[in-house]
Design a protein. Sequence first.
Length: 92
Amino acid sequence: MSLAVDACGGCGYIAFPARALCPICGSSEWRTTQTTTGVVEQLTVRDEVPIATVRSIDGPRIVARCDAHVAIGDEVHLDGDGGVPTASRIHS
C-alpha cells in the first residue's frame, strides 16, 4: 500500500497535491515517490463518507477517504484508489 506524492528535484520537499513550483526552493522539477503511512489528525463525515486529514510520515497533510473504524491519533496506511487518497487503520 502506498500513495504517490511529488518530491522536489531541487530540495526534496514532499508535496501533495502536485504543485507547479516548489514553495521552498522554486524548482519546477518534480519526481514521483511513494508515502505509505501517517497519523489521523482530524475526522469528518461528508454524505455518509468518513474523511480524515492525515499527516503523512513524509510531512504533507493528506485528505483521504477512510474506513469507519479510524479514530484521531490512529496510524493508518495510505493508498490511492483511482486517484482518490484512502486511509485504512493499521491493526496492531
